[in-house]
Design a protein around this ligand. Structure first.
Ligand code: ATP
Ligand code: ZN
Length: 220
């Protein structure tokens, strides 16, 4: 599928940690939008562009499939969704939404690195990233998917370790966990579809990416 409606589409998180900063970037790049009756779609009034507001998890697929031309998403979500199929292309890192996927355990473990989790169970919402990391470290562990409340797993004896997103460390601390090795460093990135837009929209797409790049460069 492609954007056959004569308008470019930019996929952004509807609400959550990336939502405000994504709209700031789009505004600073010179786009003015109006909120429609439709919560899913904001219409840009000064260019033929629509903002598609969805869950962050859906953004890589929409962009990879050409349903949207651009998207703003965390590298963690992009990386977790890699499946060997056609992929969204990273245009540039955006400098916000920084966070780190880290291993964490209860304190009473003699930590020698990820090897300390050999043969153990690890709970995470990012099984693909974690499995690739463990394979790289030569560690065999039992990776279990938890979609939420990962940080309670060690205390409940559901897992020896967890692999979870950390920004300040407050959540880990509140759950009596100690941050261990880093699995993945993430920030928000601008992604682009491998499917080019209609010919009439190609220059607009380039100019939007150019302006976003200027905004990011000037914000240091
Ligand atoms: P959605 O409803 O869109 O699925 P979500 O709950 O998956 O939302 P948020 O919590 O809003 O997502 O986080 C969105 C992104 O923000 C994360 O994928 C990550 O890239 C980034 N982020 C930055 N700091 C953190 C943090 N401390 N915890 C989780 N995510 C963070
Ligand atoms: Zn999500």
């Amino acid at each position: 599928m492609s954007t056959a409606q004569g308008r470019l589409r930019i996929a952004i998180q509807k609400s959550g940690r990336l939502a405000d900063r994504s709209l700031d970037l789009i505004r600073d790049a010179g786009l003015k939008w109006v909120k429609g009756h439709n919560e899913l779609l904001y219409r840009v009034e000064n260019y033929p562009i629509d903002l598609i507001r969805v869950r962050d998890d859906d953004i890589p697929t929409f962009v990879a499939d050409g349903v949207c031309d651009l998207g703003i998403v965390g590298e963690n979500v992009l990386e977790e969704g890699r499946n060997g199929g056609p992929n969204a292309e990273v245009v540039m890192p955006l400098g916000f939404g920084r966070c780190t996927l880290k291993l964490a355990t209860l304190p009473g473990i003699d930590w020698q690195g990820p090897q300390s989790l050999q043969g153990q169970r690890i709970a995470t919402s990012y099984p693909n990233i974690l499995k690739r990391y463990l394979a790289g470290e030569g560690v065999k562990a039992d990776v279990v998917l938890m979609r939420g409340a990962v940080e309670v797993a060690p205390r409940m004896k559901l897992a020896t370790g967890i692999c979870d997103l950390v920004s300040t460390g407050a959540t880990l601390e509140a759950n009596g966990l100690v941050a261990r090795d880093t699995v993945f460093e993430s920030q928000a990135v601008l992604i682009k579809s491998p499917t080019p837009p209609e010919a009439e929209l190609a220059d607009l797409l380039d100019s939007i990416m150019e302006r976003m790049s200027g905004v990011i460069a000037s914000s240091g």
